[in-house]
Design a protein around this ligand. Sequence first.
Ligand code: BTN
Length: 359
Amino acid sequence: MQHNPCIRKTVPIRAARPLPAKSTPGAHSQQATDVRLGHIVRLLMKHATVVVSGTKIAQEISSNRSEVWRLIQQLRGLGVDVAGHPATGYQLKSVPDLLLPEILGPLLRGTIFDSKVHHFYKIGSTNTVAMAAAAENAPEGSVFLAEEQTAGRGRGAHSWDSARSTGIYCSVVLRPALPPSNVLVMALAAALAVHAAIEQVDARVHPDLKWPNDVLITGKKVCGILTEMNAEATRVRYLVVGIGINVNQPSFPEELENQAISLRMVTGSEWSRVELTAALLKSLDHEYRLLIEQKEARQSILRRFAERSSWVREKKVHIEENGSRIEGTTEGLDESGFLQVRTAEGVQRIFSGTVREMN
Ligand code: BTN
């Protein structure tokens, strides 16, 4: 997990692969999400107060009882608390905190993400899949979520620690009618959406935003955002905003413990990933609509980002990028969202690079 330059322009991906179906394995997944798992969870949730027979479940998924038993065992392996066995039938003990379309979908009604959630148990990178899907005409609002990433990517070719079912690994496809120069503002808006979602779920937690779009708590990273796009000189074809949130990690490996923190480590209790993901996507929907529909949105995003950031003004920082080093004091964002830093040579605009506090 690292802090890296902000926006990476990618070449078009031309491979003609079909868009992965919701909750089914795509050509890109390392481990298939069996669509029947989602159906079983939905069925058990619908009949939460009663025991559902293996025969009934088998009928619903057009299979047999021994296959149902095998799938129930898989669900248990994924942490879903199901009581019972083939002779007695099955019952959910609690609503599982899995980001399945069947669970998340109803919470996203009316947003651009409604009915467009794609779920994977294990995948290389949700951003990679989302970029490939966008190249194959995935509609705006397509969401790619994984319980685990085996090749999670951060900015600047760093990796993103993506352990199973502890974090949120989420990438969304957007198709804004904006020039590429406006994409930075969208990336800042994504950080605002994360900020709002965290505060909405637990009003005691007040994250700090670090330019361009890291979300920090006590100076450590709780969320990173990787924005990638495919664009012509004057027009964005599509944008993928990839968001990684550290939610329920009890701790981090030694090499990350000085940089990373999870929400659970902050509050001392587990967070619902379903609740936080729904809050995040609703918030992102709100910010995105503002940006594409309202002229004043850009000013509002820049202002609100600055209000929620201890980094944008009067912070002594250094930035290293491509072997050069800039040192100075931050002086706000310019009208495009670039960070301004007063140095010994005058005010410089920072286009990319990792901003670090001077010791
Ligand atoms: C950063 O370096 O701060 C950006 C990290 C972005 C991680 C997220 S997790 C979901 C999406 N898929 C990826 O491979 N990366 C992004």
